[in-house]
Design a binder for this molecule. Structure first.
Ligand code: NAD
Length: 519
């Protein structure tokens, strides 16, 4: 029986418990096995063919940069254009395949990934510095996206018009857009990369995928998995490189849509370029943009302070604050400010940094540029508030380690309170009262995630109505969105609010055709 025929209801992939000795052992074995494959050369994939280019670049382990993870063929603009041609050719057939065939590809890929769960965790650990739990969450989310979008595609295929007009047969068909560019960030290099790619593919589109140059190996390994699952030639084309290759895709008059997740700066550039309709381009380019955040947690006077401290620490320092959803502002009411910051200091100073392969709570920043940026914000913070803890570099194996850092008494308008740092730096802001706290939380150009800790039902209700973010969390941390339960996407300049992992996401990769037949 086909996998589609026996499809059970969607459930999230359970998290691995690494306190179970067998799981810890399996993770260590996977890291050792992956270490046996380091430094291997990878080629591009264009129209089903491996393509070597004249130029290569290496991806390295951010915890010990001397360790080369993979050597990748770097695409030129000409390679990007060849990949677009290949995707265009493949669309002529893939766009006409049955939804069952497309769904089957996702389900087979999911099964292979489940079998190699630990191996993919290990690649995430060595290439971007995720500790075991963070790596597991990324792999689990990827499996969830594959399973969830497979089921959503089947639902979409069964869509009908709300009304059957008398004397007619009315139909609504969600047809693919065409060929698209998928440009993911490095920080969820498996889940976000695969989620955007496979949402496009399951709805009948073809893709040119350009991963982040900080995480090319994970993408190359995923594309290999797709091939094992039966990926037809040209349906997903892989080109590696940086902004120049990404830009060639963005500016192409053949690219019908761009699914981008990354920084606000690059996202806004893409938005602007995509709005142009050069002569000969017969469509409005669609953009699906998920950008940065300046996410806050409001701690109300009547909150359980211990719970709030735990939630802020997990949200601010999980994966070193390198999440779009990370809490970078704790907005704390005056009457509990001292109690909160004292308890916060103890918890933050208990966090241990080190090699994520050894499963330390905190690992390195992704690269030298990120380390420099974070250190520069730490210097800015010293002028804008008081350093409560951290602030220093940790010297270890040449890795990009910076201590988890907290500044108190940061004014709501300071740079530390307004700009995305994307690192382990938390600003604690004093609020006069709940009203003030909510106003500070909303005073940002971003609007991605936010949380509030309070025991007041009335204040929770006000937050539901007035806290202006795409993903709001009540009495819990603001990171860790689960596919299906927390459709993900931000307001304001945090993006187009695409709600990945939600019931509306696949619509973004389709156009609806309304068909009326007279009976
Ligand atoms: P980035 O914007 O630097 O890069 C993202 C991707 O765009 C990479 O593949 C990069 O090579 C490519 N790129 C860079 N310049 C380009 C250009 N001019 N034209 C085309 N492509 C270009 O972001 P990053 O450092 O990889 O990721 C971190 C950022 O992503 C943070 O701002 C974070 O908040 C955001 N993010 C957002 C979400 C979300 O769902 N909203 C999720 C994860 C990360």
């Amino acid at each position: 029986m086909s996998a589609v025929g026996s499809l059970s209801p969607f459930v999230n992939e359970p998290f691995l418990d690494f306190t179970v000795p067998a799981n810890a052992e399996a993770m260590r074995a996977a890291i050792a096995a992956v270490r046996g494959q380091l430094g291997v050369s990878y080629e591009l994939l264009i129209g089903g063919k491996a393509v070597a280019t004249g130029k290569t670049f290496a991806s390295t382990n951010p915890a010990k940069p001397a360790e080369v993870i993979g050597v990748h063929a770097e695409a030129s603009e000409a390679d990007a254009l060849a990949a677009i041609e290949a995707a265009e050719t493949a669309f002529a057939t893939w766009g006409k395949t049955s939804v069952a065939e497309r769904v089957e590809l996702l389900l087979k890929t999911s099964k292979l990934l489940q079998e190699r769960h630990f191996e993919f965790c290990a690649w995430l650990t060595v290439e971007v510095g995720k500790n075991w739990a963070e790596a597991d969450a990324d792999v689990g989310e990827c499996i969830d996206f594959l399973e969830f979008y497979a089921r959503e595609a089947l639902k979409l295929d069964g869509a009908t018009t709300p009304i059957q007009y008398p004397g007619e047969k009315n139909m609504l068909r969600y047809v693919p857009l065409g060929l698209g560019a998928v440009i993911p960030p490095w920080n969820f290099p498996l889940a976000i990369m695969a989620g955007m790619t496979m949402a496009a593919v399951v709805t009948g589109n073809t893709v040119v995928l350009k991963p982040s140059p900080d995480a090319p190996t994970i993408a190359a390994q995923f594309v290999k998995l797709l091939q094992e699952a039966g990926l037809p030639a040209g349906v997903v084309n892989l080109v590696q490189g940086g902004p120049a290759v990404g830009n060639a895709l963005v500016e192409s008059t053949k690219v019908r849509f761009i699914a981008f997740t990354g920084s606000m700066k690059v996202g806004l550039e893409i938005h602007e370029k995509a709005a142009k309709t050069p002569k000969g381009q017969r469509f409005l380019k669609r953009t699906i943009l998920e950008l940065g955040g300046k996410d806050s947690i409001v701690v109300d006077a009547d909150a359980n302070v211990d719970d709030a401290v735990a939630g802020v620490v997990a949200s601010a320092f999980g994966f070193n604050g390198q999440k779009c959803s990370a809490c970078s502002r704790a907005i704390v009411e005056d009457s509990i400010y001292e109690e909160f910051t004292e308890k916060l200091k103890v918890k933050v100073e208990a966090l241990k940094s080190g090699d994520p392969a050894e499963n330390f709570a905190l690992g390195p920043l992704v690269n030298g540029v990120a380390k420099k940026r974070v250190l520069s914000y730490i210097e800015t913070g010293k002028g804008e508030g008081k350093l409560l803890t951290g602030g220093a570099v940790i010297e270890q194996d040449g890795g990009f380690f910076v201590e988890p850092t907290v500044f108190t008494e940061i004014p709501a308008t300071a740079r530390l309170a307004q700009e995305e740092i994307f690192g382990p730096v938390l600003a604690v802001i004093r609020a006069k009262d709940f009203e003030d706290a909510l106003a500070i939380a909303n005073d940002t150009e971003y609007g991605l995630t936010g949380a509030i800790y309070t025991s007041s039902a009335e204040k929770l209700e006000r937050a539901r109505r007035e806290f202006h973010v795409g993903n709001l969390y009540l009495n819990r941390k603001c990171t860790g969105a689960m596919v299906g339960a927390h459709p993900f996407g931000g307001f304001n300049l945090s993006g187009t609010d695409s709600k990945a992992g939600g019931p509306d996401y696949l619509l973004l990769f389709t156009q609806a055709k309304s068909i009326a037949e007279r009976l």
